[in-house]
Design a protein around this ligand. Structure first.
Ligand code: G3D
Ligand code: MG
Length: 178
C-alpha cells in the first residue's frame, strides 16, 4: 500500500514480527519494556511466547523466541512467515559475538525472504565495555550484505529504556509503509 493511502487507512493493520538472538541477549526484557513501559525481571523463555503491541492503526504480534540452542529449530517455521525481524545482540557478550553473527546470517540465508525490515538492537547499553554500533556494522558486514533487507542498528537498554522508543519508531514507520 502506498504511503499516502496508509495515512488515510482507518482499519488497524496486523503484522507479525519475530524477535531472535542468543539466549540472555535481552529479547524478553525489551518486549516487557515495550508492553509495560518499565524494566521487569525475566525468566528464560521456553519455546515461543506471543505478545501483542498496539499502536494507532498498527497491531504488532511479536513472537518472542527462546534463544537457547534447543529452541532454535522452532525459529525457522515462524521466521518463514514473518513480516519483519528484530535481532537482539548482547553488547557485552564479546565471547559469543561470532556465534550471534553466524546465527543472524543463518536466519537471513535460510529463514526469511524478500525486502523485509530488520531491526538490530545492540542491547545492554547501560553496561560498560560494550561492542560499539560501528563495530557491529563492520563485523556483521551490514554495508556489504547482498540480502535485500532494510536494516537499522540501535543501541538499547531494557533496564533504563534508553533507545527503545527511538528504535521502535523506526520500526513502526517501516511497518506502516508496507
Ligand atoms: P532473552 O529473552 O534474550 O533470553 P532476557 O534475555 O530478556 O531474559 O534477559 C537476560 C538477562 O539480561 C536478564 O538478567 C535481564 O535482566 C538482563 N538484561 C536484559 N536487558 C538488559 C539491559 O539492557 N541491561 C542490563 N544491564 N541487563 C539486561 P538475569 O540476571 O535475570 O539473567
Ligand atoms: Mg527470553
Amino acid at each position: 500500500m502506498s504511503f499516502l493511502l496508509n495515512l488515510f487507512r482507518k482499519k488497524t493493520k496486523p503484522v507479525t514480527v519475530t524477535i531472535c538472538g542468543l539466549d540472555k541477549a535481552g529479547k524478553t526484557a525489551i518486549i516487557n519494556y515495550l508492553v509495560h513501559g518499565e524494566f521487569k525481571e525475566t525468566t528464560p523463555t521456553m519455546g515461543v511466547n506471543r505478545e501483542v503491541i498496539n499502536f494507532p492503526r498498527l497491531q504488532i504480534n511479536i513472537f518472542d523466541m527462546g534463544g537457547q540452542e534447543d529452541f532454535r529449530p522452532i525459529w525457522q517455521e515462524i521466521n518463514e512467515k514473518t513480516d519483519a525481524l528484530i535481532y537482539v545482540i548482547d553488547s557485552i557478550d564479546h565471547l559469543r559475538f561470532d556465534e550471534t553473527k553466524a546465527i543472524f546470517y543463518n536466519i537471513l540465508d535460510k529463514q526469511i525472504g524478500g525486502k523485509i525490515p530488520v531491526l538490530l538492537l545492540l542491547n545492554k547499553k547501560d553496561l560498560p565495555d560494550r561492542i560499539s554500533q560501528v563495530e557491529l556494522v563492520k563485523n556483521f558486514g551490514l554495508m556489504e550484505t547482498e540480502h535485500e533487507i532494510e536494516w537499522a542498528v540501535f543501541e538499547t537498554s531494557a533496564k533504563t529504556g534508553d533507545g527503545i522508543i527511538e528504535s521502535f519508531s523506526w520500526f513502526r514507520d517501516k511497518m506502516e509503509e508496507r
